[in-house]
Structure formats: structure tokens, C-alpha cells
Design a protein around this ligand. Structure first.
Ligand code: FO1
Length: 316
């Protein structure tokens, strides 16, 4: 069975640990199509936070407390960069992490494209999944505020999403095309899962790449999403600030309706909400999306694997 997962970074990585836990023993193939909207050039290197968060988590070398970067990290190079006034002082590149950015930048300079660079970087570890960036083009999310626009990282990491967002721009998306392998993976999938990632700044930029939404609409496989909202609150991160900005209420049903039913030109055939949100099932079903309530807290890969199993059942 071929499982394709649309994914952002930290939450997506946790979900993919569960997908692998469920799928690997059965020999299922996993392909993650990963958001690049958080990416940027910084201090001369190309940083791809979501690809790296997933890579490190699946490789088991991630910092589980911070949620991003490598475990056992040091920050000597970042200290030097700060002394030179290079880069954003509030954005820290760990020394081990910097090795990944240097390698990626080297591969990009060799002309491999982000997908080729990702293939080389991920080949280092037996991840049990293939990671493909949504696009090889530089598509970066910018946040519109009353005082102008900011790169997503500045809004998110520096200002902790505290500046009210008026909207989001996926800069470069219109001219971008899906990375090699993305459309084939979607077309040949047996199941397509939308990770419980931020709908606006993680899944949104993937869907903004011309061709991806259409491929999902035309896919033979069912598309099943997992709610990133439990009991009216975000599971992690600051997704509520993003949803508010685009006028979507922070609830499991509202996010499903935002994605829309595939039968009405949207994304989803089915949607999983947390057991505590069972009261929202009817609203989702009324929109033409099959809905199921199961436990959605991703407390371990084993627990998450049960949720993935439920998603695959909902897919049938
Ligand atoms: N998040 C922070 O809160 N502070 C940092 O200094 C920081 C550095 C960083 C470096 C590389 C990387 O891949 C991610 C990094 N993150 C940092 C996390 C990241 O900014 C965001 O949490 C994600 O982009 C949102 O998914």
C-alpha cells in the first residue's frame, strides 16, 4: 500500500512517526509531501525547518523538548555569527543543524534542486519514509500585518505570533510547480493523509502550488485529514492566530469545512476529530465529509499508530 502524507514540521513529524509505526511492519510505502513555506536564506545557507524537523524526528536525532533542531546541540557558530552581526540574532542555528544547512546549500549550488538535496540529506538515515518538498521553487510564507509584511519566521519565532495577522502570502507560489515526484506520488497513492499540521501556514502553502490541489482532486485514493484542533484549542504551536487571521474559527469542524469536501471541489473525503469533539461530527458530515471521532493526542508513536489505523479505515 502506498500512503502519501501532506505535512508541516513538528506536528507532521509526530504524525509521521505514527504512520511509520503503523505502516512499516506491513511493508507499506510512505511518502511525505512537505511544506517549504517556512524556508529561508539565513546567514548564507538555505534553511528548511519542516523538512529538517521530519528528518531529525524519523532519524531519532531530534531535540524532543524544544520540538525543533538536533538533540545534544551546541551553538558555538551561532555565537560567532551574532558577533559579526550576521543573520537574525533571535534565530539560532545549532552547530549540528548548521551542518545540514551547509550540505543542503552545497547540493543546491550543485544544481540538485531542493528535492535532490533532500534525497541526499535523507539518504544518511534509514527514515522509513521518502520526503519530498512540495516544490523545488523558493516559496516563502509572509505575514501581512498593519505595519507591513514579515517573513513567517520573523512573525512566528521572533514575535511568537503576537502581532495580529491580517493575512498570509505564499510568495512565489503562483510561479512554482510541484517538485519531481509529488504528482506521481499523489496519483499512485492508495491513501492520502493530511497531517494535523497548521492548516494555514503548513498545509496552505502546499495546496497553493499550482497542480497539487488539482492532483489531489483527481487522485484515485481517498483523502483523509486529521484535526489539529482538539476541544477548541490548538494541540501545539500558534495555529489559532493563523486561523483567526483568515476568518476560520478554532474548532475541528471549522477546519474541516475550510478544507472542504472533495465531492464539492475541496480536499477531504474524510476527517478525524478527537473523541472530545464528537459533537462536531454532524456539522462535518453535513458538509459531505465522512467524520469519525477517535483519540487524537499523539503521546507516542504507538498511540499515534492507532490514530493512523483509524484514518486508513475512514479512507475505505
Ligand atoms: N524556533 C525558535 O523558536 N527559535 C529559534 O531560534 C529557531 C531556530 C531554528 C533553526 C532551524 C530550524 O529548522 C528551525 C528553527 N526554529 C526555531 C523552529 C522554527 O522556526 C519554527 O518553529 C518552525 O518553522 C514552525 O514550524
Amino acid at each position: 500500500m502506498k500512503i502519501v502524507v501532506l505535512s508541516g514540521g513538528v506536528g507532521g513529524a509526530r504524525f509521521l512517526l505514527g504512520v511509520r509505526e503503523h505502516a512499516s511492519p506491513a511493508g507499506h510505502e510512505i511518502t511525505a509531501v512537505v511544506n517549504v513555506g517556512d524556508d529561508m536564506w539565513h546567514a548564507g545557507v538555505r534553511i528548511a525547518p519542516d523538512l529538517d524537523s521530519i528528518t531529525y524526528a524519523l532519524a531519532g536525532v531530534n531535540d524532543t523538548e524544544r520540538g525543533w533542531g538536533r538533540a545534544g546541540e551546541s551553538e558555538r557558530v551561532s555565537g560567532e555569527l551574532r558577533a559579526y552581526g550576521v543573520g537574525w540574532p533571535w534565530f539560532t542555528l545549532g552547530d549540528l543543524d548548521l551542518g545540514t544547512h551547509l550540505a543542503r546549500t552545497h547540493y543546491l549550488r550543485e544544481g540538485l534542486g531542493l528535492s535532490g538535496a533532500t534525497e541526499r540529506i535523507t539518504a544518511r538515515w534509514p527514515l522509513g519514509a521518502t520526503l519530498i518538498p512540495s516544490t523545488d521553487s523558493e516559496v516563502e510564507t509572509h505575514v501581512v500585518t498593519a505595519d507591513g509584511t514579515l517573513h513567517f519566521q520573523e512573525w512566528w519565532t521572533r514575535h511568537r505570533a503576537a502581532i495580529p495577522a491580517l493575512g498570509f502570502e505564499y510568495r512565489g507560489a503562483e510561479e512554482a510547480s510541484p517538485a519531481p515526484g509529488v504528482l506521481d506520488a499523489i496519483a499512485s497513492a492508495d491513501a492520502i493523509l493530511v497531517a494535523p499540521s497548521n492548516p494555514v501556514v503548513s498545509i496552505g502553502p502546499i495546496l497553493a502550488i499550482p497542480g497539487i490541489r488539482e492532483a489531489l482532486r483527481d487522485a484515485a485514493a481517498p483523502v483523509v485529514g486529521v484535526s489539529p484542533i482538539i476541544a477548541g484549542a490548538v494541540v501545539r504551536g500558534m495555529a489559532d492566530a493563523c486561523l483567526t487571521a483568515i476568518g476560520v474559527e478554532t474548532s475541528a469542524a471549522a477546519v474541516a469545512l475550510h478544507y472542504g469536501s472533495r465531492s464539492a471541489g475541496g480536499l477531504l473525503d474524510a476527517w478525524l476529530v478527537d473523541s472530545s469533539d464528537a459533537a462536531e461530527l454532524a456539522r462535518v458530515e453535513a458538509a459531505g465529509i465522512r467524520a469519525r471521532a477517535v483519540p487524537l493526542w499523539m503521546t507516542s508513536p504507538e498511540v499515534t499508530a492507532d490514530m493512523v489505523a483509524a484514518a486508513l479505515v475512514a479512507a475505505r
